[in-house]
Design a protein around this ligand. Structure first.
Ligand SMILES: Nc1ncnc2c1ncn2[C@@H]1O[C@H](COP(=O)(O)OP(=O)(O)OP(=O)(O)O)[C@@H](O)[C@H]1O
Ligand SMILES: [Mg+2]
Ligand SMILES: [Mg+2]
Length: 476
């Protein structure tokens, strides 16, 4: 029998506000443990939280970017549970009236557009962090993260494969970064994902029983967890068994999921309206103001790049995957008439070095002005293509002007015929075997001789001219 996999995601994104959701403490990542907390965010009795307007604004912004309906009346609720990283024993969250509802996100998988429903987006606070590794016999708690604003984005069960889930997360991350509400750094925990998954025989209308895996923190883990869990459920059904509704833990190093707790023992969160915070009214004017701040989003931008610059869909997709990269491209395109050349460099050496050196695009020291200068040096044949790559590497390290690098290192292309003839004569004299091979019809020997000439000139010879002169000399 064939089975269909059904997936729904709950994505938690930490908002990039300066201060926490209900107090003025800093949200900066990486500070010494417990140095960014106050009585409010560590849940002392008698304190009064005050909502961070920016956090609410970012939640609305995310909702608008994901085509949601924005509530005009909303409130915060208490979600009660006990865990050592939550000193107040309750989390301020939202229950029945989330800020955003009924949205969608279009994703493109294998060339096909799929519309994934967004059930809701609500605002809540993060918990602290438990550190288990320092001592064998005790666990430490760091409350710097406690009270950092989070949005939870809940999808409809519309995803149908690990691949779709991965593309959904990539597309979502790109949008959240474009609108600047979260840095979405999975390695710092600012984007985390719960995966709900069920399977059903193909053609069946009713959903199967779902399991949930919480807090996956890489796209790779999400992908592998879905593949594993789908297969596990299918095997159970094939053997005539039933899938249990349960929360499972994904162990990425083992590549397996393990049962944590059955849903029958699930927590009763005893939600009730947060008595310390008044209900919130959101007026049209504010929503419209926020809507105006939303920039052109990646999918629109990609379409525009294809139409306006004649770029292939693939190039446009990569260039618009991050707003910084797209901005960089657009600054170059204003200075240089050939968009495809720019795109090739950005997708090639530029992104290669960004990845190798593991830096942000905003920290790349090469200015668009200097990159375009490099193109012009190639166009005017001052330097050859291979030399341009070396020059670019140095620009990437030092931020220097390419003209200065070419000057300093004497990298100008040799286009002087007499000079090249001299070099080539020497190369031919040193490689009599290849010359003979060529004359005996082994045309491949020419390539070797071109290579030797380039080597002798340290890559600076003009390749066309080298070919031309070599042929002349060999015909003599
Ligand atoms: N049959 C199903 N198969 C796969 N996913 C499902 C199925 N039914 C619902 N889901 C998904 O499960 C998720 C439910 O998330 P939601 O936050 O509403 O509740 P929860 O998981 O029960 O509670 P909690 O927030 O405490 O984890 C949604 O992403 C939804 O799309
Ligand atoms: Mg949830
Ligand atoms: Mg859940």
């Amino acid at each position: 029998m064939k089975y269909e996999v059904v997936i729904g995601l709950e994505v938690h994104a930490e908002l990039s506000t300066q201060s926490k959701a209900f107090c003025g403490c800093s949200t900066k990542f990486g500070a010494a443990p417990n140095t960014q907390c106050c009585p409010v965010c560590i849940g002392m009795p008698g304190v009064l939280p005050v909502i961070n307007k920016k956090a609410l604004e970012y939640t609305i912004k995310a909702g608008l970017a994901l085509n949601c309906r924005i509530a005009r009346y909303t409130k915060m609720d208490r979600k009660n549970y006990f865990y050592p990283d939550l000193p107040r024993a309750c989390q301020i969250s939202q229950y029945d009236v989330p800020v955003c509802q009924n949205g969608y996100l279009d994703i493109v998988v294998n060339g096909q557009t799929r519309r994934i429903g967004i059930n809701r987006i609500h605002l809540e606070e993060d918990a602290g962090k438990l550190l288990h590794d320092q001592y064998a016999d005790s666990t430490l708690v760091d409350l710097n993260r406690s009270g950092v604003p989070l949005i939870e984005i809940v999808t409809e069960p519309d995803l149908r494969s690990a691949e779709e889930a991965k593309v959904f997360l990539e597309t979502l991350r790109s949008i959240l970064r474009y609108i600047d509400v979260s840095d979405c750094k999975m390695e710092e925990g600012s984007l985390r994902c719960d995966v709900n998954i069920s399977v059903r025989p193909e053609g069946q209308k009713e959903f199967g029983v779902r399991t949930e895996m919480k807090n996956l923190n890489s796209f790779r883990a999400v992908y592998r967890a879905i593949e594993y869990e789908a297969n596990r459920q299918i095997s159970i059904l094939e053997e005539g068994g039933t899938v249990l509704r349960e929360t499972r833990r994904w162990d990425d190093s083992a590549g397996k999921s393990f049962s944590m707790r059955a849903k029958e023992h699930a927590q009763d969160y005893r939600y009730f309206p947060e008595p310390d915070l008044p209900p919130i009214e959101i007026d049209d004017e504010w929503v419209e103001e926020i809507r105006k701040q939303i920039p052109e989003l990646p999918a629109q931008k990609q379409r525009r790049y294809v139409e306006e610059f004649g770029l292939p869909e693939y190039d446009a997709g990569i260039l618009t995957s991050s707003r910084d990269l797209a901005d960089y491209f657009e600054r170059c395109v204003k200075l240089y008439e050939n968009p495809k050349t720019i795109s090739n460099w950005l997708m090639g050496d530029f992104l290669r070095l960004v990845n190798e050196k593991n830096i942000e695009i905003s920290d790349v020291p090469v200015t668009p002005e200097n990159l375009v200068k490099l193109f012009k040096l190639i166009d005017s044949k001052v330097i050859s293509g291979p030399i341009a790559k070396t020059v670019f590497e140095e620009m990437f390290d030092t931020g220097k002007d390419p003209e200065a690098i070419v000057e300093e290192k004497g990298l100008k292309q040799i286009t002087d015929r007499d000079e090249l003839v001299k070099v080539i004569k020497k190369v031919l004299a040193e490689n009599p075997k290849s010359v003979e091979d060529y004359k005996n019809g082994k045309k491949k020997a020419l390539g070797f001789l071109v290579g030797q000439t380039m080597k002798a000139t340290k890559g600076k010879a003009n390749p066309q001219l080298v070919n031309e002169i070599l042929l002349e000399e060999l015909e003599k």
